[in-house]
Design a binder for this molecule. Structure first.
Ligand code: BTN
Length: 318
């Protein structure tokens, strides 16, 4: 019911309680009750006597059939949720029942979206992409070297497909537009049998994030609509799901190795002075790209050091 009500209101125009009630087959009072649920989802709307209800911003709701119809790659299961704590947590809990399956979930809103290094991921309703994608891969969790970088490349390729030029990558797996972060990736895995593991690939991609939504973000951020104002969230979702499907096939065939140069060409800190933090002590050096395992090569005064992703992050030396 809530989904149907949102679909009716998604144009951002006024709709009277009578009109909505008729379309939904319920009373005006029931419409009013459902409108209260929009408060719980933090969806701003107005209610004006004699006019009805109107969302402050028109919303393009995610459309499962539309996304599936535009896709070309294999996906066994796709779910779309109105709101959820975290799509990664939701899918991880269901992973044991879906061994061998490619299963994706998208949400309109996350109440506790999770980022790397224990950070919160800002996830307001109907604005961005919050996607988790479950895949089963041969080998142990430790064998999946470079996977998170490949996922960043899948996002970068999806953005290029949508018409974005100059998409940047930041080790280990952030995606940048003009020096500002547009997408982040959080991988979580479980070993199922000695020779197979399941990975939940979480991707947050800002599409229509506003200044108000972004107040809590502590770093420069970008949103796709700042560059491609007419971009459709459903189109972004289907292109991204396709790119994930194909890059996972490529990763299974050849691993990260063939992508080293592709990474270097888009690496925003390549050959730059950087500080690496998050470890026991910050390290300063020149970023020299990545190796076949997706590890960072950092040229410091001690020589070439190989940095494993873990919970580290890099930033430029100013
Ligand atoms: C980062 O810190 O850069 C990673 C952000 C990952 C956010 C996505 S949104 C979908 C999925 N569900 C989550 O709770 N987190 C990931």
């Amino acid at each position: 019911m809530l989904g149907q009500l949102l679909a009716l209101l998604s144009d951002g125009r006024f709709h009277s309680g009578d009109e909505l009630g008729e379309a939904l087959g319920v009373s005006r009072a029931a419409v009013w009750k459902h409108m209260k649920k929009l408060d719980e989802l933090d969806i701003p709307y107005s209610s004006v006597k004699g006019k009805g209800y109107r969302l402050h911003d028109a919303i393009e709701l995610l459309d499962k059939e539309g996304i599936q119809e535009s896709m070309t790659q294999r996906l066994d299961c796709l779910d779309i949720l109105l709101d959820v704590d975290s799509t990664n947590t939701w899918l991880f809990e269901r992973a044991p029942d879906h061994l061998g399956k490619r299963y994706a979930v998208l949400a309109e809103k996350q109440n506790s979206g999770r980022g790397r290094r224990g950070r919160h991921w800002v996830s307001p309703f109907g604005k961005n992409i919050y996607l988790s994608y479950l895949v089963t891969l041969p080998g142990s969790l430790n064998d999946q070297e470079g996977l998170s970088l490949m996922i960043a490349i899948a996002v970068e390729r999806a953005l290029a497909r949508l018409g974005m030029d100059g998409v940047g990558l930041k080790w280990p797996n952030d995606v940048y537009l003009d020096g500002r972060k547009v997408a982040g990736i959080l991988l979580e895995g479980r070993q199922t049998q000695p020779d197979f593991c399941q990975i939940v690939i979480g991707i947050g991609l800002n599409v229509a994030l506003s200044d108000r939504d972004a107040e809590r973000i502590e770093q420069p951020w970008a949103a796709l609509k700042q560059y491609l104002p007419g971009v459709s969230r459903n189109q972004v979702a289907s292109v991204l799901l396709d790119q994930l499907g194909s890059i996972l096939d490529e990763f299974k065939r050849e691993g990260f190795g063939p992508w080293i140069n592709h990474w270097a060409e888009r690496d925003i800190y390549y050959k730059k002075d950087v500080i690496l933090s998050g470890g026991s002590e910050p390290r300063i050096g020149v970023a020299k790209g990545v190796n076949r395992k997706g590890e960072l090569l950092l040229h410091t005064d001690r020589g070439m050091e190989v940095i494993v992703a873990g919970e580290l992050s890099v930033r430029p030396v100013n």
